[in-house]
Design a protein around this ligand. Structure first.
Ligand code: NI
Length: 196
């Protein structure tokens, strides 16, 4: 039986690959609503979000990015991705060392320090820029079974949580930049998007 303890253990790479919405889709600009029932449907969504994140690949994915305006994000800052050549000469990516995390109805309750780190986003493909974030944070959230949790995070984990949490408030990382950088990168992004 699936429990809070084993839900993310022995994570198997299976699920549905969901469409990732790209900025400036309306759903990415909405303030997402709280999760109210911690049921099988929620856990199915989380598994599909993880599968979609690993397939992309990315290290974090928030529900609005798959068109679901709910306060959920998944993350794995630890997994390895290796290109291997199969017997038939084709190459494929093999993923290992999974450390999936899920955050539901998160609230960042403390922020300390300041750090600059280059960010990218599956919903803003092709754009990377340094963003200023809090160096360390405390986040309160719920797991997939509705149990309250608290985590102190620093470095990449902290940065990633702040990036994903922004998605729940309808904010993409471009909006954390100076006006000049933001305008420049927005133009570049829209130009690339037209070409694609
Ligand atoms: Ni993002």
């Amino acid at each position: 039986m699936e429990t809070a303890e084993n839900f993310l253990e022995n994570y198997q790479l299976e699920g549905d690959s969901l469409k990732i919405f790209t900025w400036p889709s309306a759903v990415l600009k909405e303030v997402a609503g709280p999760v109210e029932s911690f049921d099988d449907e929620l856990r199915e969504t989380i598994k599909n979000m993880l599968f979609t994140m690993y397939s992309a690949p990315g290290i974090g994915l928030a529900a609005p990015q798959i068109g679901l305006s709910k306060r959920i994000f998944v993350m794995d800052i630890d997994f390895d991705r290796e290109e291997v050549t199969k017997a038939d000469g084709e190459s494929e990516f093999r993923l290992s060392n999974f450390n999936p995390r899920v955050f539901i109805n998160p609230v960042i309750s403390q922020k300390e320090g300041e750090v600059l780190y280059e960010e990218g986003c599956l919903s803003v493909p092709g754009i990377y820029e340094e963003v200023k974030r809090a160096e360390s944070i405390v986040v309160d959230y719920f797991d997939a079974f509705g149990n309250p949790q608290q985590l102190e995070a620093s470095e990449i984990l902290s940065i990633c949580i702040q990036h994903e949490n922004d998605h729940l408030d309808g904010v993409v990382f471009l909006e954390r930049l100076s006006m000049i950088k933001r305008n420049f990168l927005t133009k570049k992004y829209m130009k690339n998007k037209k070409k694609a």
